[in-house]
Design a protein. Structure first.
Length: 341
């Protein structure tokens, strides 16, 4: 298989979260061809209405290579220069998909079996695909999850705690603000208090962080706002119990509702001898798999620092190296059947 051509073909299909079907259809055809040539079995597994995961196994899978097919918006197509492939999803995570598929092809050419590929939907929003897959495990003992770590094994990854904050107010003419109550003012006051909450730190994972991602509200500049909303996300390094209480208290002090939308815990991950290691601040599908697909590893080509940006790209050398890295990891885990935390 042509690694770079496959990466570009995947990038050129818009598969923003919730609209993964074009890339699922394309990959299903590619994986069906691989399965036909090497006596494998490929399945579309429903994760949500109109949204399928893809599973391809060769023998009884002991090791599973997995990543996600969805991307963040906005979509933009691929381009290529001497050193990089550019485009939405090039590093997060379509280049990783291509590396895993080419690794599978390489493994099969040398007679290696008893491994699988699992590509899921929804990682960028709610891990819908990984949650669905966790309910249908296939006996895999090791999960190699692909995210952009610059081809280093992650020692751990931060967790996620996401809230929607909802403030209600009373409409009034802005010339007479005393006749109404501004939901926007209440929301801003709540956000100020939430931003002042002390956040924990971990010796391995580092500091917890907070991002105020979206703010919406109001009707017009001359109208006192009757509703306002914000979405916030914490990147966690420890148990969220005290933080949850603090968020609800800070929001409630301004009569703002704090609705918890998503929680994934921070995780410590497995390593293998002779692989360089790193620590990542981003969250992954690994907590959503809940161990159902085996002991987790996290590694992939590309840098998270350009993911989700207009400059998203992946180095061609890292793509090529990833094919060898994934093949080596599969062989090592099949041979030793051991992981080290």
């Amino acid at each position: 298989m042509d690694l770079f051509a496959l990466t570009r073909a995947l990038v050129d299909l818009d598969s923003t979260t919730g609209n993964e079907e074009p890339v699922v259809d394309f990959l299903h055809a590619q994986l069906s061809s691989l399965a036909c040539r090497h006596n494998g079995r490929v399945e579309r597994q429903t994760a949500a209405p109109g949204r399928d995961n893809l599973f391809l196994a060769f023998g009884d899978p002991i090791v599973t290579l997995s990543t996600h097919m969805d991307t963040v918006p906005p979509y933009f197509s691929s381009s290529e220069d001497e050193a990089h492939i550019h485009g939405r999803g090039s590093c997060d995570a379509k280049g990783i998909i291509a590396s895993m598929v080419c690794s599978a092809d390489s493994l099969l050419a040398t007679g290696t079996r008893n491994f699988a590929l699992l590509f899921v939907v929804g990682e960028e929003r709610d891990s819908a695909g990984a949650i669905a897959a966790a309910n249908t495990p296939r006996g895999s003992r090791f999960l190699i999850n692909g995210e952009p770590t610059e081809n280093q094994l992650a020692l751990g990854s931060k967790g996620v705690l996401r809230y929607e904050l909802v403030a209600r107010g009373k409409l009034a003419h802005s010339a007479y603000p005393e006749l109404g109550h501004s939901a926007i003012h209440s929301l801003l006051d709540a956000l100020s208090d939430i931003r002042a909450i002390p956040l924990p730190c971990d010796s391995v994972l580092g500091k917890s962080t907070l991002n105020v991602g979206t703010i919406h509200g109001g009707r017009a500049p001359n109208v006192v706002a009757d509703e306002a909303r914000a979405e916030i996300m914490f990147r966690l390094v420890s148990d969220p119990g005290e933080l949850r209480l603090a968020v609800v208290k800070a929001a409630g002090a301004h009569k703002v509702e704090a609705r918890e939308v998503l929680f994934n815990p921070a995780v410590r991950l497995n390593i293998l001898a002779d692989f360089p290691t790193t620590v990542v601040a981003f969250a992954t599908d690994i907590p959503a798999f809940n161990g159902a697909w085996g002991q987790p590893y996290l590694i992939g080509p590309g840098s998270i620092h350009v993911a989700h940006t207009a400059e998203e790209r992946i180095p061609k050398k890292e793509l090529t190296d990833a094919v060898s890295i994934y093949s080596r990891m599969v062989r090592q885990l099949l041979l030793t059947g051991e992981a080290r935390v």
